[in-house]
Structure formats: structure tokens, C-alpha cells
Design a protein around this ligand. Structure first.
Ligand SMILES: Nc1nc2c(ncn2[C@@H]2O[C@H](COP(=O)(O)OP(=O)(O)OP(=O)(O)O)[C@@H](O)[C@H]2O)c(=O)[nH]1
Ligand SMILES: [Mg+2]
Length: 377
């Protein structure tokens, strides 16, 4: 039986978002864009946003934001109105403890636990649920330290007895055992997957994998070209489980197209590790279609994030097609500009196609380029 996944959100949550960035941080993301995305994540988790604050710091603070900023916030009526605070980074266990002590009457959540929560809400298959539970437990383990209220807040459901070191040791042991069991179960599923892939590759059917940032339109594209009915919506992380469908190309060749989990900036490493069976699917693909929402103001940053995650999971594929989706959202001038830019772009020799799934623009041309690429390999 699949264990019930931990969910820490509820519909009435009024959240205040906070983000800190080191002045010397050379991250490609602007702090304002990052906190906007945090807001999208919070909305996906059904929270209501009542305010936000950002701070540039000289050095990392043990309370995430600096003391002065926290005092300022405590006097802010919008902040007082919130029952939950979400931080735009993964907090260290120490930061988590300290900020909880500072803001005693508020629930403190970090970006990682918010993403884990959305994953928990959206995990449907047995494998997906095991993977999310593994990531949740990995995240929880170093945080099982001393603070009983913290445990309750995480809804660990691990024990209801009073505080004390012994209890924490017990919880750690139980969590470790659970992690081991989850890993074992997942390894079994991973072996099954490997066998399925082997059968597929023996049958000689090329595999096309759809990858990209969350909400780029991967599932929409799969649905359009194969008639699949994978959930597509403007929420983040709609898809967690891979779905594979057949497609016949004009040449008569049959291919298998796989839709899979999307990526995001600051994707928690616990999730990357836990989803390794899912991500393995990408490694087996003959062609990667990297779907990009070109209408998003952070399209360039999002593209870099996807490249970084691919590097992290050690995927080096030369057979890639960059697919710029949602061109219907660009005005004529922007479209012409984009076309010119692509024509003159010498920095990449990757094939790039402009499409709109919504308006069915450029789809035949994209499928033709898959056909051509397969002829040449
Ligand atoms: N305007 C416009 N919207 C699109 C287009 N393609 C997809 N969308 C919308 O973008 C949103 C996200 O689409 P999905 O297909 O769910 O995106 P995804 O990449 O599968 O997202 P995750 O599964 O969350 O990673 C949905 O609301 C789609 O209707 C397009 O060409 N134009
Ligand atoms: Mg999807």
C-alpha cells in the first residue's frame, strides 16, 4: 500500500513571501523574478499571497533575512496578517530553527518544502509517490533536531509524544529505515523500467523525450501530436510521471514520445536524487526536444536552468531540438525579431523551431525535423 504523503498546506493559508540574495551572488536570476516564481509556486499550492519582501545581504544571515529586516516586517500590517512565511531558498536546519524562534506565531516554509508539497499533491503513480516520499524524508532527516513544534509543523506524523533527545533519536532511526525501504522499493521499479526500455530499444523504435522548464507546454505538445490526454494546465509541475505515446512520422517511421517532469530554478537536490529513475528515461532518448516557453520574460534563464540540470544529471545529448513554444503570445514584431535572432545566432548549432501548440503553428515542420534528424543518425 502506498503511504499517505505528507501535505503541509491548506486552502486558507495566507502567505508572505521573503527572499534574500547576497550582493556578490552571481546567480543569473534576478531576486524579483525569483520571488515572482515563488509566488506562482505558492498559488499552485493553493495559498493566498498577502505580501512580499526582498533583501540584498552582504553575507548570509543565520535568520535568512537580517535582524533589522525581520523587525521591520514584524511591524508591517501585511506581514502581521499572514499565518505562513515562505522563504525563497532552502533554509539550513539552523536558519530554520532561528527564524522560527524570531517569528514565533508563524509557520515557516522554505522553497524546497513548498516544491516538495506540490510534488506530493501531484504524484499519482506508485513510483511517483515513492519518489516524492523519499525526497521528503531526505529533506526531513537533518531537520529532526530538538524542536518539537518544528516536527509537528512538518506534519511528520512520526510520533506524538513529548520532546526529548531520545524521541528525536527514535524519529531519526525510523526516518532512516523508511528511506532505506523506499530506496529498495524504488530500485525494484528502476530495474523494471530498465527492462521495459531494453525491450523498446530491441524493437528499434527511436525514443523522443520532451524536456523543459515546468509549464513550458510539454504535455500540451504530446497531447496535440499523439492524441494523448496528459493533464495540461497553467499550474507548475502538473506532470510528474513519464507518459509514452507512439507517433508515425511522414516517412512511415514509428517513434515513441515521452513526456516527463519539468525543471525549475533551485530544483531541490533531494528531488533530483529521488527522481533518478524518471530522469534516467531522458538518458535513453535518441532525440531530446527541449520545450521553451518563449513568451516568458525569463525564457533565457529558464533555458539555462534546464541545461544546468541536464549537466547535473550527466546528460550530454547532441541530438537536441530547441522548441520555442507559445509564439502566439508574441506580437508580430516580437516574432520577426525572434526569427532574425535565430537566423543570426552563431553561438549554437542546435536546430531551433518556433511553434505554438495552442494555434497549431509550426508543428508539422517540427515533426519533419525529427524525421530528418533520424534519417541522419
Ligand atoms: N498561449 C499558449 N499557451 C500554451 C501553449 N502551449 C501550452 N500552453 C499552456 O501552457 C500551460 C502549461 O502547459 P503544459 O502542457 O501543462 O506544460 P508542461 O510543460 O507539461 O508543464 P509541467 O507538466 O507542469 O512541467 C497550459 O495552460 C497550456 O494550455 C501555446 O502554444 N500557447
Ligand atoms: Mg506536463
Amino acid at each position: 500500500m502506498v503511504k499517505k504523503l505528507i501535505s503541509t498546506r491548506n486552502a486558507t493559508e495566507k502567505v508572505f513571501l521573503i527572499a534574500a540574495q547576497l550582493k556578490k551572488d552571481n546567480s543569473i536570476w534576478n531576486i524579483k523574478e525569483s520571488i515572482d516564481e515563488l509566488g506562482e509556486l505558492a498559488k499552485t499550492a493553493q495559498a493566498t499571497i498577502v505580501g512580499s519582501a526582498i533583501q540584498y545581504l552582504e553575507k548570509r544571515s543565520q535568520t535568512y533575512l537580517g535582524q533589522g529586516k525581520l523587525i521591520e516586517l514584524k511591524n508591517d500590517p501585511k506581514f502581521q496578517n499572514a499565518n505562513t512565511v515562505i522563504c525563497d531558498d532552502e533554509l539550513t536546519p539552523t536558519q530554520q530553527r532561528n527564524i522560527e524562534n524570531e517569528l514565533k506565531n508563524k509557520k515557516i516554509i522554505d522553497r524546497t518544502s513548498l516544491i516538495l508539497d506540490i510534488f506530493a499533491q501531484n504524484a499519482k503513480s506508485k513510483e511517483g509517490r515513492l519518489q516524492v516520499e523519499l525526497a521528503q524524508n531526505e529533506y526531513l532527516l537533518p531537520r529532526l533536531a530538538g524542536q518539537w513544534s518544528h516536527l509537528e509543523r512538518l506534519g511528520g506524523g512520526i510520533g506524538t509524544r513529548g520532546p526529548g533527545e531520545t524521541q528525536i533519536e527514535t524519529d531519526r532511526r525510523i526516518t532512516r529505515q523508511r528511506i532505506q525501504k523506499l530506496r529498495k522499493d524504488l530500485n525494484k521499479l528502476k530495474t523494471n523500467r530498465k527492462q521495459q526500455r531494453k525491450q523498446r530499444s530491441n524493437s528499434g523504435i527511436p525514443i523522443i523525450s520532451l524536456i523543459g522548464y515546468t509549464n513550458a507546454g510539454k504535455s500540451s505538445l504530446l497531447n496535440l501530436i499523439t492524441g494523448a490526454n496528459v493533464i495540461q494546465k497553467s499550474k507548475l509541475f502538473s506532470t510528474l510521471d513519464p507518459t509514452t505515446r507512439k507517433l508515425y512520422l511522414k516517412s512511415g517511421k514509428q517513434v515513441a514520445i515521452t513526456d516527463t517532469v519539468g525543471f525549475i530554478n533551485k530544483l531541490p537536490t533531494t528531488l533530483i536524487d529521488a527522481f533518478d529513475a524518471t530522469l534516467d528515461e531522458i538518458n535513453e532518448a535518441d532525440i531530446l526536444l527541449h520545450i521553451i516557453d518563449i513568451s516568458n520574460k525569463n525564457a533565457a534563464e529558464q533555458t539555462d536552468v534546464v541545461k544546468e540540470v541536464l549537466e547535473k544529471i550527466n546528460i550530454k545529448k547532441s541530438n537536441q531540438i530547441m522548441v520555442l513554444n507559445k509564439i502566439d503570445k508574441l506580437n508580430k514584431n516580437q516574432q520577426i525579431e525572434l526569427e532574425l535572432k535565430l537566423k543570426n545566432n552563431k553561438s549554437t548549432d542546435l536546430i531551433t523551431k518556433m511553434i505554438s501548440v495552442k494555434e497549431n503553428i509550426g508543428i508539422d515542420n517540427l515533426i519533419k525535423s525529427i524525421d530528418d534528424m533520424l534519417q541522419n543518425t
